[in-house]
Design a protein around this ligand. Sequence first.
Ligand SMILES: [Zn+2]
Ligand SMILES: [Zn+2]
Ligand SMILES: [Zn+2]
Length: 352
Amino acid sequence: MRQFFRLKDLGDLRKDYVLDKFVVVPAADQVTDNKPPSGNDKCPYCPGNESMTEPALLALVVKDGMLQRLSDSEDSIIDDWSVRVFQSKTPVVATSSSASYSDKPLYSEPAYGYHQIVVASPDHKQSLSQMSVEQWGNVLVVIQDRVRWLYTQKSVTYVSIYINSGAGAGAQVAHPHLHIVTFSTIPPVIEMEAEGSHRFMNENGNCPACNVIAVESSGPRQILATDSFLAFCPWAPTYPYEFWIYPKRHITSFSKITQKEINDLALMLRATLGGMSKVLKDAPFNLVFHLSPEKKNSRQIHWHIEVYPQLGTWSGLERGFGVYVNNIRPEKSAEILGSACRKEFGGLMGID
Ligand SMILES: [Zn+2]
Ligand SMILES: [Zn+2]
Ligand SMILES: [Zn+2]
């Protein structure tokens, strides 16, 4: 189980003996706490409890239909926010600078980076799968703002964005929120996707994801298509009911998507998460943004979102060998999810 530690000091990012696998370990004098926060405590992400978190780096306020990007100052807390971003109090990485590098015989570097929390709604009970399309749009505007800002910071090589929804998916706070964690190195999964993508591009002259989009559009694994996005269950899914969302046009940078695409993605996310939560009865899930490392031209990928419902636990085969046994064919899960997601979509568009 994950430990909940408070980083006073920077932890280490240790590399495996031989594999390109990284693990964050706490600093030597770190106090660790195995107890998750108790459910009876006041929610630190709720309006009125802003002083329980770090000051807002960004508080998005909607006023007369206009979005205002504000932040807390020493003597004033913005209290009428719609989306709020602040530094995590239990960060995985930190920007203090006391840890050191080691190379031989074993590799370790400081776990340097930013860990920010994006509170997706002032409403504690709001679920991400039922949130309004407009509010999803506000969240995406904030994510784009953060991605742009973080890539201007030194030692930010990669910006990871993810959601843990439900305790079974690693959420420590019930209030709807997202995580943004940066690294000074490219995470292994992105490195593998970029490497595979690069190889395919060299051999075939085009982007593999663009090919996938052509293959999955209106095929048996498609679940929903909007103007700019396609959602489908992948050919070889790791998790039951796993699905991916890709922009139809070839684009590697989330920073560069347009407001129109943000609005369309908000609709796509709301419709697919809404459909999924109906089918899977609000099962816990993780959602990850696989974006390109914006400063590394040789490591670009066609950006996308992957959603992993958490319905069971892994066995020794998955944990020990990386072979995944899925109990539902993706063609079947696409049929079930597709019908629920298209129904949600129809409801949101006012066509039943
Ligand atoms: Zn709350
Ligand atoms: Zn592409
Ligand atoms: Zn991916």
